[in-house]
Design a protein around this ligand. Structure first.
Ligand SMILES: *[C@@H]1O[C@H](CO)[C@@H](O)[C@H](O)[C@H]1NC(C)=O
Ligand SMILES: *[C@@H]1O[C@H](CO)[C@@H](O)[C@H](O)[C@H]1NC(C)=O
Ligand SMILES: *[C@@H]1O[C@H](CO)[C@@H](O)[C@H](O)[C@H]1NC(C)=O
Ligand SMILES: *[C@@H]1O[C@H](CO)[C@@H](O)[C@H](O)[C@H]1NC(C)=O
Ligand SMILES: *[C@@H]1O[C@H](CO)[C@@H](O)[C@H](O)[C@H]1NC(C)=O
Ligand SMILES: *[C@@H]1O[C@H](CO)[C@@H](O)[C@H](O)[C@H]1NC(C)=O
Length: 412
């Protein structure tokens, strides 16, 4: 404000201020009307003429930082969200809309200080709206909070009479999670902001509030039932559509690669099917699909997870040939051996060996000494042999008592 012009402006302002400064509003106060939602109220200033066109200008300062959320209104209240884990100051003043001769009043301020110990509030809160069906939020405990802190999640949005408590908790590697149903009729095109409060029953744990725009959190379900079929040189791909999304609100990304090549092809599709022309008939093709919300419907940038991979076509590769070369001769050789052994057995069955009488006589007279020797060994294999021999002897010479039986008894 240098030079004559600046000085003149200053003089005008000064004159105006001297002339008339509006009285400020009074009784500024606040109350919670929902979780994380405040109604700031005040009383009108006194002695303001009707011709002034009185309005209230209000603003929010969080941790000393003005939020640039200035608003003008005629009503004597303003509803705002709050974060609870930071100091929030609310200020309001009176202004005359028509009477530019009068100066705005001074600011009237009140503040909402955070409760609990700093560093105990939940951190890294993030939420994902799965398939327009349920909201799943995760957070970590504050670094000053004990590990057994029982954070509880509450939520509310415009249209819900009272806030609700989330009950489906999970805990995974220091990361807390909770999921709750969150769905609207399919025809809905605008969704209310959702307020989330995470707190503990203990006064020491600082609460945390967050307001989320659900359309930024949409994550579609993974496409299922991916089916592939082939006709001529064309592969046809189809998958199931999510039935919770309004029509034409999703597009799909189909990624496929030829088993031979590393480079994958990516195509964008608006329907639940597509076809790939002129494919290599001797190649194997691998496909996967994922869905993404259309920007016309949702401002979310989240893709669904990839579908499971499906493949079509068979590639006859070199290892297969190698296996063939090894396996075929091996099989032939093995079956030949088995056949030979089998044939020999067959021969034994059909033509049993004729007992040789000379052998029997030789055993009767010549092998008795040998017998007692072998009995002394008391070997189980020998015992069996003996048994067979004894039988032969008994049947032929009944009067003969074999020494073997005695020898066995002695050995026991
Ligand atoms: C805020 O409080 C004022 C005064 O009690 C009331 O008239 C107004 O309806 C409240 N606003 C909401 C949105 O509840
Ligand atoms: C408002 O005006 C009345 C009379 O017109 C006066 O008595 C009163 O003091 C004034 N109040 C203020 C705050 O100026
Ligand atoms: C108030 O503003 C209007 C136009 O916006 C102007 O015509 C008028 O002269 C101004 N009055 C004063 C006292 O500055
Ligand atoms: C959390 O809850 C469990 C079981 O209800 C209890 O044992 C534990 O002491 C609680 N933790 C705190 C910090 O109160
Ligand atoms: C809890 O949430 C998981 C997903 O995070 C869901 O699969 C499960 O069905 C839910 N259980 C209940 C009782 O809602
Ligand atoms: C693809 O969409 C059509 C029409 O919406 C439907 O009839 C068909 O069943 C869907 N395909 C699969 C695999 O679900």
């Amino acid at each position: 404000m240098d030079g004559p012009a600046g000085r003149l402006l200053l003089a005008v302002c000064w004159a105006a201020a001297e002339a008339k400064v509006l009285p400020p509003p009074s009784n500024l106060d606040y109350s919670f009307i929902q979780i994380c939602t405040l109604n700031w109220t005040w009383s009108p200033p006194e002695n303001v003429s009707h011709s002034c066109g009185l309005e209230y200008s209000s603003d929010i300062v969080i941790d000393e930082v003005p939020q640039d959320k200035r608003e003008w209104s005629k009503s004597r209240f303003r509803v705002t969200e709050t974060f609870l884990n930071e100091e929030m100051r609310f200020r309001v003043r009176s202004e005359c809309k028509y009477d530019n001769a009068s100066e705005p009043s001074q600011w009237v301020e009140t503040s909402l200080r955070p409760k609990g110990i700093p560093g105990t509030a939940a951190v890294d809160l993030s939420c994902i709206w799965h398939n327009l069906e349920y909201m799943a939020c995760t957070w970590r405990p504050g670094e000053k909070a004990s590990s057994d802190t029982n954070y509880t999640l509450f939520y509310w949005f415009n249209g819900l009479k009272n806030h609700k408590k989330c009950n489906n908790y999970s805990m995974h590697q220091e990361i807390f999670g909770c999921a709750f149903n969150f769905s609207f009729p399919k025809v809905t095109s605008t969704y209310p902001a959702i307020r989330i409060l995470i707190k503990d029953d203990s006064e020491e744990i600082r609460p945390l509030c967050a307001s989320k725009n659900p359309t930024t959190l949409v994550k579609p379900a993974t496409p299922r039932q991916v089916t592939l079929s082939k006709s001529n040189d064309e592969i046809y791909v189809e998958w199931s559509e999510s039935d919770t999304f309004p029509e034409n609100c999703l597009f799909y990304e189909v990624v496929y690669h030829n088993g031979d090549k590393d480079t994958a092809q990516k195509i964008k599709v608006e329907s639940n099917y597509t076809s790939i022309p002129s494919v290599d008939p001797n190649s194997k093709y691998i496909f996967k699909v994922r869905a993404k919300p259309k920007p016309e419907c949702y401002s979310s940038k989240l893709y669904s997870d990839w579908s499971e991979e499906k493949s079509i076509g068979e590639k006859v590769d070199s290892t297969f040939y190698f296996v063939l070369i090894i396996i075929i001769p091996l099989t032939v050789a093995l079956s030949t051996i088995i056949l030979l052994v089998y044939l020999k057995r067959l021969k034994i069955l059909i033509l049993p060996p004729i007992p040789d009488p000379r052998e029997i006589l030789k055993r009767m007279f010549g092998e008795q000494n040998e017998d007692s020797q072998s009995c002394a060994k008391d070997d189980s294999v020998n015992a069996y042999d003996r048994l067979v021999k004894e039988e032969e002897i008994h049947s032929l010479v009944i009067t003969e008592t074999p020494e073997c039986a005695n020898a066995e008894k002695q050995n026991r």
